[in-house]
Design a protein around this ligand. Structure first.
Ligand SMILES: [Zn+2]
Ligand SMILES: [Zn+2]
Ligand SMILES: [Zn+2]
Ligand SMILES: [Zn+2]
Length: 345
């Protein structure tokens, strides 16, 4: 779901959308949270249409689309009712941004060249915030992040999909790790990473210590200090702390973390034990030094020991070298069409 190029901008737009919505229909957010589709079907200024196949021109990240004239939310029916609810809320997000001048204007103001990308991401952020409101849910988990049980509770109490609950929980991890959803055979259905390489969808984790223990009993919850993730190319992650819990008899929710362990008072940092993939992940693109466990507040990427984070990497990618002075300089230091920088020209 929220796979943002503009995570912070999309989130602030989502809050503005919720304000507009509450002004139009006081109390509506609470009702949408309980059952989005039942609520939306009752509105007279908006049609909700269910279709079997997606239309060819759909540009949404979800299985749906929005028609402006007359306002119509078009939902391609999925097997999961909760997934349909998320789609409906996403399309409601388009409706709000298309019918409120201030919201529409903000998109161009914040993001003049990619306002459509931002609009799309804001729709996802809006739907996620309605279903899983950060400020209300965060106090229910400990300061070190969620337990596997917390993620299962979230799913039972909310109208959000299992995947959305994993995404929310991964965002709350304080250190590097993954929140993943598995079927009753121990195969990954979905994984939400936090500064860590996630296992691939459909990868078999049944042989890893945590999941093997859970599969043996098919109920309850499990904690292991020595588990790992199995990656597609056969390599294993470093040794991780893990916790898993069954939700009904068909799904397992698992959390695997490297260092800041929500269910442990003190987790001793371990010597590096992993395969090539994790090592690559930990190397800074700029200085080739190892990354520490500290993360940057604006990009949420890990920092290297020289203090580089995702912000610096994004900047460095835009810079280009001047063939005369051999400095890497920002685009503004070159005249359009020139290969040498302004100082050397
Ligand atoms: Zn969309
Ligand atoms: Zn670095
Ligand atoms: Zn940063
Ligand atoms: Zn130069």
């Amino acid at each position: 779901m929220t796979r943002g190029k503009y995570p912070n901008e999309a989130r602030s737009q989502a809050f503005a959308m919720i304000d507009v919505l509450e002004q139009r229909r006081p109390g509506v957010v609470e009702r949408l949270r309980v059952d989005p589709l039942v609520e939306l079907e009752g509105w007279d200024d908006l049609a909700v249409v269910y279709v079997d196949e997606p239309a060819g021109y759909d540009r949404c990240s979800v299985a749906g689309s929005y028609l402006h004239m007359p306002p119509t939310l078009r939902i391609t029916v999925a097997a999961s009712q909760r997934r349909n609810g998320f789609t409906g809320l996403h399309e409601l997000g388009h409706h709000l941004q298309k019918t409120d001048i201030t919201l529409g204007g903000r998109l161009f103001e914040i993001c003049p060249h990619e306002s459509e990308t931002l609009e799309e991401e804001a729709c996802d952020a809006f739907a996620a915030e309605i279903l899983l409101p950060d400020d209300e849910l965060r106090p229910a988990i400990g300061p070190k992040g969620p337990l596997a049980r917390d993620v299962a509770d979230l799913f039972e109490r909310s109208s959000a999909s299992r995947e959305a609950c994993c995404v929310w929980a991964a965002r709350q991890l304080q250190g590097a790790g993954v929140v993943y959803l598995l079927d009753a055979d121990g195969v990954v259905q979905f994984a939400a990473p936090h500064s860590f390489i996630p296992p691939a969808r459909r990868s078999d984790q049944s042989g890893t210590p945590l999941i093997a223990a859970a599969l043996e009993s098919q109920e309850g919850h499990f904690t292991r200090d020595d588990t790992h993730l199995r990656y597609g190319n056969g390599t294993l992650s470093e040794t991780l702390y893990g916790q898993a819990v069954w939700i009904d008899q068909h799904y397992l929710i698992a959390i695997a973390v490297r260092d800041i362990v929500p269910w442990k008072q003190l987790a001793v940092p371990r010597a590096y034990t992993g395969g090539s993939q994790s090592r690559k992940w930990q190397i800074c693109e700029i200085c080739n030094d190892f990354q520490s466990d500290e993360t940057c507040e604006s990009c949420s990427e890990p920092r290297c020991r020289d203090g580089h984070c995702g912000c610096d990497v994004a900047k460095a990618r835009k810079e280009r070298p001047c063939p005369q002075c051999h400095l890497r300089l920002a685009p503004s230091r070159f005249r359009p069409g020139e290969t040498v920088c302004n100082d050397c020209a």
